[in-house]
Ligand binder design. Sequence first.
Ligand SMILES: Nc1nc(=O)c2c([nH]1)NC[C@@H]1CN(c3ccc(C(=O)N[C@@H](CCC(=O)O)C(=O)O)cc3)C=[N+]21
Ligand SMILES: [Mg+2]
Length: 286
Amino acid sequence: MTATILDGKATRDAIFDDLRVRVAALTAKGVTPGLATVLVGDDPGSHAYVRGKHADCAKVGITSIRRDLPADISQADLEAVLDDLNADPACTGYIVQLPVPKHLDTGALLERIAPAKDADGLHPVSLGKLVLGEPGPLPCTPSGIVALLRRYEVPIAGAQVCVVGRGVTVGRPLGLLLTRRSENATVTLCHTGTKDLAAEVRRADIVVAAAGVAGLITADMVKPGAAVLDVGITRTDEGLRGDVHPDVREVAGFLAPMPGGVGPMTRAMLLANVVEAAERSLAAQS
Ligand SMILES: Nc1nc(=O)c2c([nH]1)NC[C@@H]1CN(c3ccc(C(=O)N[C@@H](CCC(=O)O)C(=O)O)cc3)C=[N+]21
Ligand SMILES: [Mg+2]
């Protein structure tokens, strides 16, 4: 068996078609969604991601604002930039591109973002809303994974899901998302302390590999027919490597590859958060 590819680019394009209509409706009512990115330092990978986000904005009609800052900026000066964005009506949502240089306090920066403008869903208030099941921006990679599974009608309710990785941007919030009543999956959250990773992965109907270890998930670990989503990105001299070994394609029923799977969905959900926040603010006005 060769896996059906969960095509993140095609799904992203369909989401963009929907967002374009909603942005036009908001603009007609006098609310133009605007996404700002805050980028500190000159990591080439981070620059490429930020460029991609601005190109996405242009595709759906969202205004975009860039704040590119020197690597040695102080915590206080950076927080002043965030305060400006919090007060700027042209910016309806923004992100601080992660990771930031080591001398900066990431948690304090994320908390400084006005919760109403949190486009990443990583503010403590947003994560608290996710825990409580209240509406709010969802972390982009987890919501992109759920949207991709739904698009291909991979059953989520009742499924046994193995999430590999407990990071705050993917694994941990994904566990929270998939166990809501609206998703109703059973989740096992694995990490470096897991005793028998192969046994946990083998039981799963859906495997999400978000550990950042190239080739970690091998074909012998995957239940035939399972859906496997590759979230890991490792940069090597030979190019990008995912967490999922290429042989998994012959065993899995569905595969979200890296590249072309979850990555484009993450970017689409960022824009969806910006549009939803603008819609919420408009609804609150009237
Ligand atoms: N505040 C913040 N929010 C983020 O959401 C955030 C972040 N910081 N820092 C970095 C990570 C990483 N991330 C990716 C998004 C898209 C692709 C993506 O589109 N990847 C392509 C190509 C891979 C590549 O060329 O790197 C693909 O999978 O097809 C990858 C990774 C968002 N992140
Ligand atoms: Mg993103």
